[in-house]
Write a protein that binds this ligand. Structure first.
Ligand SMILES: N[C@@H](CCC(=O)N[C@@H](CS)C(=O)NCC(=O)O)C(=O)O
Length: 232
């Protein structure tokens, strides 16, 4: 596994020199960094990385060699028995599944409830989009992309129908509000972002989807947004 580190530190040590302050903050952040096991082409992993970055949490990216089957080895299966990325390690917490991780990070680190509202109907609205991200988005545009990039076998008819359904629903929702759950972004937007933005890599054009295109740009403009690696 290869490790790349991205550190964000709150500067609370006002009595120290700038140099020492930053060295201490970095050491502290390293010790507390959340590990994200991921692959750069995975949209499931990107949604977690972008949320860690937006929350300004210290994190380390640990590259998992999917091609070499590293995720199927016992060391990785002990973190996720399903042998899938992403997985995070946050202190003594080990957690798999991208949407579960988004929920965990929101409830643990976003006390204001900005990214995952606590009000029942609003929370249900976010969950509905997380289900679409795990359903139609995965069976549709994500599957078409996996097929094109990696040659993974798919049911093309099912994938094309799911893609049409999910982009029709997205376009309609985003014609009414800047983000999926209203005026502010939530984890729903992050869960839907990557496989929508990268749909053209699977041969799906977003031309004519003006509301979706505007939404992608709004997400990319969020302070702390990190782009997803492009497949070339
Ligand atoms: N439900 C899981 C799905 C994750 C997933 O499909 N991960 C893919 C990479 S994008 C994976 O690990 N594939 C390896 C394999 O299935 O062999 C989540 O949301 O995290």
């Amino acid at each position: 596994m290869q490790i790349a580190t991205s550190l964000f530190c709150n500067d609370a040590l006002s009595g120290l020199s700038v140099y020492r302050r930053s060295a201490l903050a970095q050491t502290d952040a390293m010790a507390n960094a959340i590990k994200l096991y991921r692959h750069p082409l995975s949209g499931h992993c990107h949604r977690v990385e972008v949320f860690l970055s937006l929350l300004q949490l210290p994190y380390e990216l640990v590259e998992v060699d999917l091609r070499g089957g590293e995720h199927k080895q016992p060391a990785f299966r002990s973190k996720n028995a399903l042998a899938q990325i992403p997985v995070i390690e946050d202190g003594d917490v080990t957690l798999a599944d991208s949407n579960a991780i988004l929920v965990y990070l929101a409830l643990r680190y976003d006390a204001a409830g900005r990214w995952l509202p606590r009000e029942p109907l609003a929370a249900a609205g976010v969950q509905r989009w997380l289900s679409i991200a795990a359903g139609e988005l995965t069976y549709g545009p994500s599957a078409l992309r996996r097929n094109k990039l990696l040659g993974a076998p798919i049911d093309r008819g099912l994938a094309e129908q799911a893609t049409s359904n999910v982009f029709t629903v997205l376009e309609s929702a985003l014609a009414q509000a800047p983000f999926l759950c209203g005026g502010q972004p939530t984890i729903a937007d992050l869960a839907l972002y990557a496989y929508t933005a990268r749909a053209p890599e699977g041969g799906v054009s977003l031309a004519g989807r003006a509301a979706i295109s505007g939404w992608l740009r709004r997400i990319e403009a969020l302070p702390g947004f990190v782009p997803m690696h492009e497949a070339v």
